[in-house]
Design a protein around this ligand. Sequence first.
Ligand SMILES: Cc1cc2nc3c(=O)[nH]c(=O)nc-3n(C[C@H](O)[C@H](O)[C@H](O)COP(=O)(O)OP(=O)(O)OC[C@H]3O[C@@H](n4cnc5c(N)ncnc54)[C@H](O)[C@@H]3O)c2cc1C
Length: 400
Amino acid sequence: MGTPSSPVIISGAGPVGLVAARNLNQAGIPVIILEKSATVPKDLRASTFHPPTLDMLAKFNLSDRLVEQGLVCPDWQYRDRDEGIVATFDLGVLSEDTDYPFRLQCEQWKLSEMLRADLDATDGVELRYGHSVTGFRQDDDGVTVLFTDPEGDEGEIKGSYLIAADGAHSPIRKQLGVAFDGLTIPEIFLSISTTFDFAEHIEQLSPIAYVSDPSEWLVLLRTPTLWRVLLPTDPTLTDEQIKAPEVIEKRLQDLCPNPEAYEIKHATAYRVHERVADSYVHGRVFLAGDAAHLNNPLGGMGMNGGIHDAMNLTEKLINVFDGASSDTLNRYERQRRKVALETVQATTLRNRKMMSETNASARKAYHDELRGIVADRAKHRAHLLKSSMIQSLRDLETVA
Ligand SMILES: Cc1cc2nc3c(=O)[nH]c(=O)nc-3n(C[C@H](O)[C@H](O)[C@H](O)COP(=O)(O)OP(=O)(O)OC[C@H]3O[C@@H](n4cnc5c(N)ncnc54)[C@H](O)[C@@H]3O)c2cc1C
C-alpha cells in the first residue's frame, strides 16, 4: 500500500462521510473528517438498510451489531387503502444473493454512532466536530480545505483529496458550480412516529408497507420501538399547521381508528427533491451521498445509495494510492451517477406514481403487475434484486 503523504479530507460526518472514512482507515489511509455539528446528528431520517448495504458493512463488523439493534423484516408489502394487501414480497427468495436476505429497520443515527465510536478507537483518523467547511483550493499536488472552527476562527488544512459528503446543501458542490438539476416534489412529506402498534389493528400487516390511494397514499414503517407513518401533505400549509396535534390526530384516526388518542413521539415535515449533480468528480474533489443526489424516500434508497457511493469511491482511491491511474476515479462518476439516475431516481419516482395514481384502470394495471410478479418466483426474485439495490451494483461491473 502506498501511503499518501497527506490525509484524505472528508467534509461531513453523516453516514456517507463516516463509511468513507472507515473504509479508508481500514486500508491504512489517514483521514480527517470535518463536521459542522457539535456531535454526530441524531435526527430522524432513514431507517431502512437494504441487503447489499449490510453485505458491505459486514467488512467493518457492523452488520451484525446493526441487526442486534434493529428489526429484521423478512417481507414487505404493497397495499391499497381500499383493497388491503396487493402483494407481499418475500426477501427470503434472495437467500442465495446476499448474506442478509431481509430489510433491516434501524435508525441511521445508530450506524453513525457505531462508526463514530469505532473511528474514535482507531489511529489514523481524526474527527473534528464544530468545523464548518467554507471552501477549498486544489492543485496538482493536493487540496487545501478552508474551515471555521468552533470558536469562529478561520483555518485551513492540506490533504491529498477531498470527499464532499456534506449533504443536500453541500457548500462544496455550490463552490464547484455543479448543476443540480431535477425537480421538487409538489407535496410536503410528513413523517410521524407513534407508539401505536398498527400490526395489531391492520390485518396481516408487514413491518414495511407502501399503501396506494388516489387521494392520500402513505407508508407504514416499523422501527425497533415505534411505528412511522409517512403522509403526503399540502405544500401551501405552514409547518405549524401541518404538525398541529389535532390535525395529526385526525389524519391517524382516519387511517386506523384508535379509541385512545395516538401517542406521538416525533413529527417531521420536509420537502423532497429528485436531483442528480451533473458531475461527481472534479480533479481531487468528489461528491458523494446527498451532496451528489437526492430522491424521495419511497423505496429507502437515499442513505443506501450514498453508502454504496462511499464504498465505490474509497475502493478506487485505495487503488490509486496503490498505484492505479487516477483516471480510475472518473469511473466512480460513470458508475454511481448512472445508478442515481437509472435506478434510484427512476424507481423512487415510479413508486410515488404507483402509490398516488388517480386513474382507476392505471391503478388496477399496477396492482395486476405486482400480483403477477409475486406469483412467479423468477419475476419475484428479479423484482427484489432491483428494489434491494443488488442489481444496480451488479450492473455497475459493465460500466467502463
Ligand atoms: C427529514 C429527512 C427524512 C429522511 N428520511 C429518509 C427515509 O425515510 N429513507 C431514506 O432512505 N432516506 C431518508 N432521508 C435521506 C437520508 O437521511 C440521506 O440520504 C442520508 O442522510 C444521506 O447521508 P449523507 O451522509 O450523504 O448526508 P447527511 O446525512 O445529510 O450528512 C451530511 C453531514 O454533513 C454535515 N455538513 C453539512 N455542511 C457542512 C459543512 N459546511 N462543513 C462540515 N460539515 C457539514 C452535516 O452536519 C451532516 O452531518 C431523509 C432525509 C431527511 C432530511
